[in-house]
Design a protein around this ligand. Structure first.
Ligand SMILES: Nc1ncnc2c1ncn2[C@@H]1O[C@H](COP(=O)(O)OP(=O)(O)O)[C@@H](O)[C@H]1O
Ligand SMILES: [Mg+2]
Length: 273
């Protein structure tokens, strides 16, 4: 559902210089803008990744296209980037939003957790899942996640108890960022804290995601393409088509790429022998 920004909250850290905005659907979004300091393709990468991740059911925040009207920009002078020390205004139009998990005034969200808390995250399996994804799409950025506390129901237990949940974010540098190429590297997608992979004992521990990627349906890739506003890809149609074709062909490589992570000097899976 297309939504519009109604209130500015604050600037976020990060190279894309996104901003936290409240939208008219009653949610808050970290919004990355079309004319961000990185590259317009970063937004296409985010949208394509969102469609692929939705199919793989990996824990990511819901995403949306967020409209920013000229009046909103006039009323919020903070809506600008700093590029080379100079202010550059955000352009009106459609941008990419990643939903904040709740009301930012009441829900703290963390970029990092200390080790003791990281081990208790309710969905550590998602770090294995997203590694499969990052290797497939050649995400050259370090693996990033946000954490927040929520009630979770664990199997065979009564009412839920509070625990930290991880949500995978920042897919602007999938597809080797604005280059739209694929590079194989055993370091891509690895979370810097390898304790999240402690349960990995064999390739089986990357299922069902490995199998789902190897047999990834073409229709879902087509759907990803169709989710992009046409004016974002004007003049880029051929390059995008080629990128997605190569992504499709690359599916079969992913089990080998995971094996390369294991073989790498810094074997991140100490319990996989
Ligand atoms: N859905 C989200 N919920 C809460 N915080 C988020 C969300 N998405 C991004 N952030 C925050 O915004 C920062 C910048 O987002 P990120 O996607 O990493 O952009 P960049 O490409 O600039 O690194 C993150 O470090 C994180 O703190
Ligand atoms: Mg980031």
């Amino acid at each position: 559902m297309p939504i519009s920004a109604v209130r500015h909250v604050r600037k976020m850290r990060g190279g894309a210089q996104g901003q936290l905005l409240e939208a008219d659907d009653g949610h808050w979004y970290v919004v990355k803008f079309r004319n961000n300091p990185q590259h317009p393709r970063v937004l296409i990468n985010e949208l394509v990744a969102a469609a692929l991740l939705d199919y793989l059911k990996i824990a990511v925040p819901p995403t949306a296209l967020v409209r920013v009207e000229p009046e909103f920009l006039r009323a919020n002078p903070e809506m600008q980037f700093t590029i080379g020390g100079k202010p550059v205004p955000v352009q009106p139009g459609w941008h990419f939003g990643s939903r904040y998990p709740g009301d930012p005034a009441r829900t703290p969200v963390y970029d990092y957790l200390p080790d003791a808390l990281l081990d208790s995250v309710a969905n550590l399996a998602d770090f294995r899942a997203i590694l499969v994804f990052d290797q497939w799409v050649s995400n050259i950025d370090g693996r990033q996640s946000v954490f927040y506390r929520a009630r979770v129901r664990r199997e065979n237990s009564g009412p839920g108890s509070a625990a930290f949940i991880a949500r995978m974010i920042d897919h602007g540098f999938a597809f080797n960022g604005p280059n739209w190429t694929f590079i194989d590297s055993p370091h891509q997608g690895l979370y810097p804290r390898h304790s999240v992979y402690a349960s990995v004992r064999s390739e089986e521990d990357f299922e069902p995601w490995l199998g789902q990627v190897v047999h990834f349906p073409e229709e879902v890739i087509d759907r990803a393409w169709k989710s992009i506003p046409p004016n974002w890809i004007e003049g880029e149609e051929a390059a995008l088509e080629e990128l997605l074709e190569r992504l499709y062909e690359r599916r079969a490589e992913v089990p080998r790429l995971i094996e390369c992570c294991r073989q790498s000097r810094s074997n991140p899976f100490p319990n996989w022998r």
